[in-house]
Design a protein around this ligand. Structure first.
Ligand code: FES
Ligand SMILES: [Fe+2]
Length: 339
């Protein structure tokens, strides 16, 4: 295998991707892009989600400029009306009692599902599992959403970056990285199909713990980091504070928009903030600063492609997670191209 994975690799059509956040879809049709394909999304009066390709079959006008009428969607150009299944039910220029052509139908993605307050879409029948974050189901966790970020980047390289453990002291020197250990502890990666999990524990200086100042706990404490990955671009990092208690879970869901740009949906789940929205707002601001440090580099990669050939780059034992990422994506691409 001597290829890299670019944002518009055809294999990616057979995977789940986030199209938008659930709150972004309303009764007013809106355009969202995934893999260079524009979709129109809206809700029926019952709040049900509808997603179609953003192109009227008549003269290819963008349906996102149209409007909802009850369950239906009316095209802005010649007023053709489509029902919630995408079948044309009215062609005003032909008057009443006319036969609607068979081809007057809207195309949709193969699969559509709302999960984690996001809309996930698979353009073709997906060969990847739906991503899931366990802490999101636990009511003890408060959720906070980062603003949606759109950037020049390769989704594969961004996934690589979020799974990488050796860059903290360097790229993140201005936020949390300066005090981080440079050496990556030994860890194992457990793969399960197109997903993996990697976990390790280490000691760190817990400067945020009020129990340190109160003399209840030492500054040097234990922390467990667990990375969970689901192909192609869904990532979770759970940071558990083993001495002070509590956990900070960061989720990343990446949408490849076109060959050179990506939308990043990231949310935090925390059970250590006493339910405080104010502290969550601070945590979000901090995380945005951390992501911007990553994007400083990621947006400047000249070649926006994740090498899938394992011999192309130079890997060390500190790179086990990111090597597994390449193996899984490589297997995924090979399996769907065989079909
Ligand atoms: S382009 Fe949509 S009705 Fe003509
Ligand atoms: Fe980073």
């Amino acid at each position: 295998m001597n290829r890299g994975l670019r944002n518009l690799d055809p294999a990616l059509r057979q995977a789940w991707h986030p199209l938008c956040r659930s709150t972004e879809v309303t009764r007013s049709p809106k355009r969202f892009t995934l893999l260079n394909q524009n979709y129109v999304a809206y809700r029926t009066p019952d709040g049900e989600l509808r997603v179609f390709e953003d192109r009227c079959p008549h003269r290819f006008a963008p349906l996102s400029l149209g409007q909802c009428e009850g369950e239906n969607l009316r095209c802005v150009y010649h007023g053709w009306v489509y029902d919630a299944q995408g079948n044309c039910v009215e062609i005003p220029a032909l008057g009443q009692n006319t036969t609607i052509p068979d081809r007057a139908k809207l195309a949709g993605p193969a699969r559509l599902q709302e999960s984690h307050a996001m809309v996930f879409v698979a353009p073709l029948e997906p060969a990847t599992p739906m991503p899931s974050i366990l802490s999101a189901l636990d009511p003890a966790f408060l959720r906070g959403d980062l603003p949606v970020i759109e950037t020049r980047a390769s989704a594969g390289l961004l996934a690589d970056n979020f799974l990488d453990m050796a860059h903290f002291p360097f790229i993140h020197a201005q936020t949390f990285g300066a005090g981080e250990a440079r050496e990556v502890p030994k860890y194992t990666v457990t793969r399960n199909g197109l997903q993996f999990e990697a976990s390790y524990e280490h000691e760190f200086s817990n400067r945020e713990d009020p129990g340190v100042a109160a003399g209840l706990r030492p500054l040097l404490q234990r922390r467990r980091l667990t990375y969970r990955y689901t192909a192609p671009f869904h990532l979770e990092l759970a940071i558990e504070f083993l001495d002070a208690g509590g956990a900070n879970v960061i989720g990343f869901f990446l949408t490849p928009l076109d060959d050179e740009s990506v939308r990043i949906y990231s949310s935090l789940w925390r059970n250590d903030l006493d339910g405080s929205q104010e502290r969550m707002a601070e945590a979000i601001d901090f995380e945005v600063a951390v992501v911007n440090e990553d994007l400083y580099l990621q947006s400047r990669y000249e070649v926006l492609e994740l090498p899938l050939d394992i011999t192309a780059e130079l890997h060390t034992r500190a790179d086990k997670t990111t090597v597994e990422l390449r193996r899984i994506l490589s297997d995924f691409v090979a399996s769907v191209s065989k079909e």
